[in-house]
Design a protein around this ligand. Structure first.
Ligand SMILES: *Cc1c(COP(=O)(O)O)cnc(C)c1O
Length: 382
């Protein structure tokens, strides 16, 4: 690297959506042009083609596209009739939409602590949260596959079965990942995801999907995403949402899904290089042998209050980094009144003080990654 570049660093992108667009260019434009030619912007043929592709990708009977990942969660809760008086258990160390979807239905989110290594819901804390539900009816648990790594669905499923809870998987960050050779989309009776542009599989706007093998649940979800429609157009049989995904977004996704396996492999190569280069200076993420992450984020831990200084040193070298999440949901203004597992959420509190996510995407080339690695090592005084 030249001296000039060190003094006046070019800021590298945190997620390089433009690099992917260059790779796909004409195919995306052509797909969009087909929709603008046929003009079926709502529930056009690409919506059903996209749903078939998504279902085939994860080996599930039904993929139902919806307006975004938050509505996907709300619809999954609505399809189970979850509402006031019900308790739904979820982590606090996640994007706010997890708890928000529960509160929107009138049910009560009960916050659960996470595991120190996986950052995912801690089964023991889940047991303590169920015991603390008080007068609320325990109805569902909503695990999150944080940063792209699936939660422990075997342990969660066993607890859920014991307490009569349904499992609604918030896989907004993990579409394409696997747990014990099973694909996300099949790990719970109902799974939701998001196609927000910065997610591992993103469209060019808002989008999401719900996955299930249950025919009855799938029919209810299809009805609910379109105002609770029945078999007769003007006899709505449920209170639903305007929750459809646009035809144009489905057309974009069809093209992006074709290169997604290749992108997942690239993300895993990037993650492996980070792990090899940083394990001696920071706590790097570990993936259990029987799982595969899609690396929605590559998140290291930096202890002893040094995170701000490290972030500042990186910024000075043109390296962006982001803290996901500096304030856990249960500490946010709108959520302070909701219950949490007995014993509190000590791991969640520690993680929100320690974590730092580094640039991660399928188009991060080795020289750029080496520049990031060198800067992180320097910032940590290594
Ligand atoms: C992004 C995200 C959502 C919400 O998805 P949107 O498409 O932005 O509504 C929900 N849960 C988690 C864990 C997320 O990361």
């Amino acid at each position: 690297m030249t001296q000039h570049a060190r003094l006046d660093p070019i800021t590298i992108p945190f997620v390089d959506v433009a690099a992917q667009r260059r790779r796909l260019g004409a195919r995306i434009d052509e797909a969009i042009a087909r929709v603008t030619a046929h003009c079926q912007f709502i529930m056009g043929p690409e919506v059903f083609a996209c749903e078939a592709d998504l279902a085939a990708f994860c080996g599930v009977r039904h993929a139902i596209t919806v307006s975004n990942g938050t509505d996907a969660l709300v619809l999954a809760l609505m399809a189970h009739g979850i509402g006031p008086g019900d308790a739904v258990f979820c982590p606090s160390f996640t994007f706010c939409a997890t708890g928000e979807s529960i509160a929107l239905t009138g049910a009560t989110p009960v916050f659960v602590d996470v595991d120190e290594r996986s950052f995912n819901i801690d089964p023991e804390s889940l047991e303590r949260a169920i015991a603390a539900a008080g007068d609320l009816r325990p109805r569902a648990v909503m695990p999150v596959d944080l940063f792209g790594l699936p939660a422990d669905y075997d342990a969660i499923g066993a607890i859920a079965a014991r307490h009569g809870l349904t499992v609604i998987a918030d896989a907004a960050q993990s579409f394409g990942a696997t747990f014990r050779d099973r694909k996300v989309g099949t790990l719970a009776p109902v799974t939701t995801t998001s196609f927000f542009p910065a997610k591992p599989l993103g469209c060019y706007g808002d989008g999401g999907a719900v996955f299930t093998d249950d025919d009855t649940l799938a029919a209810a979800l299809r009805s609910l995403r379109n105002h609770g429609e029945g078999s007769h157009r003007y006899d709505n049989v449920r209170i639903g949402l305007n929750g459809r995904m646009d035809t144009i977004q489905c057309a974009v996704l069809i093209e992006k899904l074709k290169i997604f396996p290749d992108e997942i492999a690239a993300r895993n190569r990037v993650a492996r290089r980070y792990g090899d280069a940083l394990a001696d200076v920071a706590t790097v993420p570990v993936v259990p042998n029987d799982s595969h992450s899609v690396w929605a984020q590559y998140t290291i831990r930096i202890g002893s209050g040094r995170r701000d200084a490290v972030q500042q040193a990186l910024r000075a070298e043109g390296i962006p980094s982001v803290v996901y999440y500096p304030t856990p949901t249960h500490r946010q203004t709108a959520y302070r009144g909701y219950p949490a597992a007995a014993g509190g959420l000590p791991v969640t509190e520690r993680l929100s003080a320690d974590v730092l996510s580094l640039p991660m995407h399928a188009y991060l080339d080795e020289p750029t990654q080496d520049r990031i690695i060198a800067a992180v090592r320097r910032a940590l005084g290594a």
